[in-house]
Design a protein around this ligand. Structure first.
Ligand SMILES: C[S@@+](CC[C@H](N)C(=O)[O-])C[C@H]1O[C@@H](n2cnc3c(N)ncnc32)[C@H](O)[C@@H]1O
Length: 327
């Protein structure tokens, strides 16, 4: 898919050159531009009720217990900790995802509910009504994973999560028994989200930070995890933020996208104070490869069809990318 063959191994001249490119992007945007976008993003997310944010992206298809991309992120961390010994359980869990996705889809059609990621209470109520269809078995894998991983010695992996929301994924890193093997930091620009996350997990490091400009030293973390954030940034800020992830991670990256396509260029769609872009998969893979290393590109719909025989998708534009440092 046109992914750049030439990568920039860490510590090489080529890597320095790639870093210089990021610096150039930063300069082109200017610190005023960055500050302006940060402020505008902060304003646009600040208008939401913290109680609604606490439930945002954890219901319906986005429920991390049944969402394929949330599973892939958890599986990625489990593989970093324990190698391939749990691959069979991962397969079973993804089959569970197919069953749940199909049950939600069928129920939504029966009730005439439009599924989506809503902050609006009425629209969310519809999604919650649909979600009742899986309520008795959505957590089938929670206890199995917690039992499989507890009492084991591994890690801790030093993980930084970009735009962690109200611990949307971390709450399941915890209940699935992964968090105890992590030295985790979650950052989000929204104070309400960070307050929610701290209330849930008082001992965990959640910080109000912008992913455009993070105050950590190069290579401070083993892995950087980011879900559903890059589409909401201007192209310049997105490049800047991907550059931050590449700068901070020593061992790997896993990025989840909700709005991506095979197209050769990004489709930029400003929406009020932020963006709702459709990112180009080849462009994104190239950007990561240049600064970090080889990228595994997973188009979720194709992955679910080819691996699990499921021909539908909760979101045709969902992709996940996993990168490791150049050898
Ligand atoms: C679509 S939500 C995704 C939340 C979470 N990652 C998930 O997938 O459930 C986007 C999040 O990005 C946060 N955000 C927006 N701009 C940000 C920035 N510049 N730095 C850090 N977080 C930001 C918002 O506050 C919001 O929590």
């Amino acid at each position: 898919m046109g992914i750049a063959q030439v990568v920039a191994p860490r510590g090489t001249r080529r890597r320095k050159w790639a870093k210089a490119l990021v610096q150039a992007a930063r300069t082109a945007m200017g610190s005023d531009g960055l500050q302006e976008e940060r402020n505008s993003l902060k304003r646009s997310w600040a208008k939401h009720d913290p109680n609604a944010l606490d439930q945002y992206l954890v219901t319906g298809y986005q429920n991390p217990r049944v969402n394929a991309q949330s599973m892939l992120t958890r599986h990625y961390l489990i593989r970093q900790l324990f190698g391939d010994q749990f691959d069979a359980l991962m397969r079973e869990e993804l089959e569970h995802c197919v069953k749940a996705t199909e049950a939600l889809r069928t129920r939504a059609a029966e009730l005439g509910v439009k599924m989506g990621t809503f902050l609006n209470p009425e629209k969310r109520a519809g999604v919650e009504e649909v979600s009742e269809v899986i309520a008795d078995w959505e957590d089938a894998y929670e206890e199995r994973w917690a039992a499989a991983l507890s009492g084991r010695t591994a890690g801790p992996l030093k993980v930084l999560e970009f735009a962690c929301g109200s611990a949307n994924d971390f709450r399941f890193f915890d209940s699935y028994g992964i968090a105890e093997h992590l030295d985790y930091t979650g950052v989000d620009l929204n104070d309400g989200n960070i307050d929610n996350a701290r209330q849930r997990f008082p001992g965990v490091n959640f910080e109000v930070q912008s992913v455009l400009d993070l105050p950590y030293d190069d290579d401070s973390f083993d892995h950087v995890v980011a879900s559903d954030i890059f589409e909401h940034l201007s192209p310049e800020a997105m490049e800047q933020s991907v550059g931050e992830a590449c700068r901070l991670a020593r061992k790997g990256l896993i990025f989840t996208f909700f709005s991506m396509s095979d197209e050769p260029e990004h489709e930029v769609r400003p929406v009020r104070n932020y963006h709702w872009n459709v990112l180009s998969a080849p462009r994104m893979a190239e950007l990561i490869e240049k600064q970090f290393g080889p990228v595994e590109v997973i188009k979720i719909r194709d992955f679910m069809t080819n691996e699990y025989g499921y021909k539908r998708s909760y979101n045709k534009k969902a992709w996940t990318m996993i990168a490791k440092p150049a050898p």
